[in-house]
Ligand binder design. Structure first.
Ligand code: TZP
Ligand code: MG
Length: 207
């Protein structure tokens, strides 16, 4: 993995076509020009693409990341991560176990969502490259999001794992992003702060 992980987590953009009111390829192209530091392809939820259409979009988004030299991470799909030659895969607590994933992908980044102490206790943190902590704030983007955990969750994780790459997620906006960093996160991951912005470049600059 040629990318420095903590720097890559700084402005981590997550998107699938279901999050977009216009062409996701254009949105990602603008976002990379504006300085996002990593991208996750998360084609998931109401209205998402499947099959060939999903793969086709994935190929285009992958190509943009390659051109812009930022890591391309696939959400929760081993086959897609393989086909698209992703730099990493991000999974939740109910997805394929990290132990299994690590065997499949000795060299790819593995990101794991961790939302509370119970999940943390059951997570093989030594096998993951970073964790996604949240939802920090209320979000309407993910309908089945877990209970909002607040900035305290980041503070707690940071105390316990001084060196672990941590990215905050959930309801992060231009207005509250700094508080996430101050609480101890290495970066912020956002969907709607970018996809719903009237001026994507300005939004990313302000983030
Ligand atoms: N996981 C926890 S909250 C969330 C995900 C994928 C959605 C984040 O979207 P937004 O629009 O940045 O709140
Ligand atoms: Mg998942």
């Amino acid at each position: 993995m040629p990318f420095p992980i903590k720097q890559s987590l700084r402005k981590y953009f997550i998107m699938g076509s279901q999050n977009c009111k216009r062409n996701p390829v254009e949105i990602l192209a603008e976002a990379t020009e504006a300085g996002i530091t990593a991208f996750q392809f998360r084609e998931k939820g109401d209205g998402c693409l499947a099959g060939e259409a999903r793969l086709e979009l994935g190929k285009q988004l992958r190509a943009i990341c390659k051109r812009s030299d930022i890591p391309f991470i696939v959400n929760d799909d081993v086959e897609l991560a393989n086909i698209l030659d992703a730099d990493g895969i991000h999974v939740g607590q109910d997805d394929l176990p990290v132990e299994t994933l690590r065997k499949i992908f000795p060299d790819k980044w593995i990101g794991l969502s961790v939302s509370n102490a119970c999940e943390l206790a059951n997570s093989p943190i030594d096998l993951v490259d970073y964790i996604g902590a949240g939802p920090i704030f209320n979000t309407t983007t993910k309908l089945d999001a877990k209970t909002t955990v607040g900035l305290e969750w980041i503070t707690t994780l940071r105390k316990q794992f001084p060196e672990l790459p941590i990215v905050g997620i959930g309801g992060i906006s231009i207005e509250n992003a700094t508080s996430v960093i101050k609480a101890g996160a290495d970066g912020v991951s956002v969907i709607s702060a970018i996809t719903a912005a009237s001026d994507i470049k300005e939004a990313i600059k302000l983030l």
